[in-house]
Design a protein around this ligand. Structure first.
Ligand code: PXG
Length: 443
């Protein structure tokens, strides 16, 4: 049998089982993106679609950026792949050092993965192994949070707080508990930036710890700003409390910054924006501008130190991936950092925040809208659900906006927008106007 069948119909959509997609609904009426440049996607028939979501929260510097394209092309022709176990290649060391220079507080070591999900599972294993190395192998519990998204590995869905991502699978990690989420539109409605109410929800951590005995808990993991479940901005003082409580009990704090990292909040990381330092940080997405799959875990000096004990011929952490530190990803990542720096994109995001905020909040009073919230260059627009059909209204808005030439993202009945940091003010206006028109039309 030949490896290349002779006649394959490129328009046959059947073979591909699409991720997180209503496959049959999609295939009846596909929405295709064939090309991208800067702020725009182009459909196969060359219709321009303004990207209000940075792909899936990852293309922070805009699409098909020349320096990144060229760096990847050069790298693939120089060193396509090199093993990363007991062998090294220069680009991964250089990229780790470049990242190290960006890290806040005591974070100073970089472990490469290929996705946010792998980063989360890596951080969970690192936390367990850290405590074991310190002689505290009883610390095996993890505390996540309702409405948290930490990817789709078994560790990630266990600490995550999204019911549909868990209930199909039955099994999860044992010994996991969850903090309450901080979404409270009764008290925090149409808030610009951080809400006033809800810091006390962090005190629930003390109660959970008392229930389980704090000395059995390895780590608490949260997204500083929950992205996927609808842009939930942390109440003032909330993250600070989590930090104080975890520190008091010798529990690690993991910030999942897969979305909030790399300029989304106008700073390197959310940890910088909120001035709260975690012990471990997980990243992905914007680390390579979405061009080549990559993720990373950033570990504090103390955590790294705990592993670097004992005989030096022994592997310190029995974990890693064939493609950890892949040369193409590292080359893409370094070129991405260059673009972020040379174009001042994180500062640009910060300077656009007020304009973005005003534009988003101009939707107040628009049909179906029940809440608006924003921070950095991200926003959640919450809709009242159509009775008996949760999610339908937002999905209709997604289809309408796509047909009108703007790509948005929806989760349940919440619209999320997170444009590339190169966005121009008239493009922000167009995103908001297109959504407003779609909502006025929506049943
Ligand atoms: N952590 C967080 C905070 C994320 O947002 C992951 C981990 C997992 O990353 P990977 O690379 O394994 O997908 C994510 C991913 C959406 C959406 O529309 C969000 C994500 C992925 C796909 C869609 O909100 N976040």
């Amino acid at each position: 049998m030949s490896a290349t069948p002779k006649s394959v119909d490129p328009n046959n959509l059947e073979a591909l089982w699409m991720p997180f997609t209503a496959n049959r609904q999609f295939k009846r009426k596909p929405r295709m993106l064939a090309r991208a440049e800067g702020m725009y996607y182009y459909t196969p028939d060359n219709r321009q679609v303004l990207d209000a979501t940075s792909g899936l929260w990852c293309v922070n510097a805009g699409h098909s950026r020349k320096p990144i394209v060229e760096a990847v092309q050069k790298q693939v022709a120089t060193l396509d792949y090199a093993p990363g176990f007991q062998m090294g290649h220069p680009v991964s060391f250089e990229f780790a050092a470049r990242l190290q220079a960006l890290l806040p507080g005591d974070l100073n070591h970089v472990f490469f993965t290929n996705s946010g999900s792998e980063s989360v599972d890596t951080a969970i294993k690192m936390a367990l192994a850290y405590h074991k190395a310190k002689g505290e192998s009883q610390r095996v519990r993890f505390i996540g949070r309702e409405r948290g998204y930490h990817g789709v590995g078994f560790g990630g869905i266990s600490v995550g707080g999204i019911a549909p991502n868990r209930k199909q699978f039955g099994l999860q990690l044992p010994y996991v508990d969850h903090l309450p989420h901080t979404h409270d539109i009764a008290r925090n409605n149409y808030v610009k930036g951080q809400p006033e109410h809800g810091a006390e929800l962090a005190d629930r951590l003390e109660a959970i710890l008392t229930l389980h005995d704090p000395s059995t808990v390895a780590a608490v993991i949260v997204e500083p700003v929950a992205g996927s479940t609808g842009v939930l901005v942390p109440p003032k003082g909330y993250l600070e409390k989590l930090r104080a409580i975890t520190k008091k009990h010798g529990i690690l704090l993991i910030f999942d910054e897969v979305i909030s990292g790399f300029g989304r909040l106008g700073t390197n990381f959310a940890a910088d924006r909120f001035n709260v330092e975690p012990d471990l940080m997980t990243v992905a997405k914007g680390i390579t501008n979405g061009t080549v799959p990559m993720g990373a875990v950033f570990a504090s000096k103390a955590i790294h130190e705990a592993f670097m004990q004992g005989p030096d011929n022994v592997i310190e952490f029995f974990h890693g991936y064939t493609y950890s530190g892949h040369p193409l990803a590292c080359a893409a990542g370094m070129a991405t950092l260059d673009v972020y720096r040379d174009e001042g994109l994180f500062e640009r995001a910060a300077s656009l925040e007020t304009y973005w905020q005003d534009a988003i909040h101009s939707l107040k009073g628009t049909k179906h809208v029940i809440d608006l919230r924003n921070i950095g260059l991200m926003a959640g627009i919450e809709l009242e659900s159509r009775p008996g059909a949760p999610g339908a209204r937002a999905y209709d808005a997604l289809v309408d906006c796509f047909e009108a030439g703007v790509l948005i993202r929806v989760t349940g009945d919440i619209v999320a927008m997170s444009p590339p940091l190169i966005v121009e003010k008239p493009q922000i206006d167009r995103m908001v106007d297109t959504l407003a028109t779609a909502l006025k039309r929506a049943a």
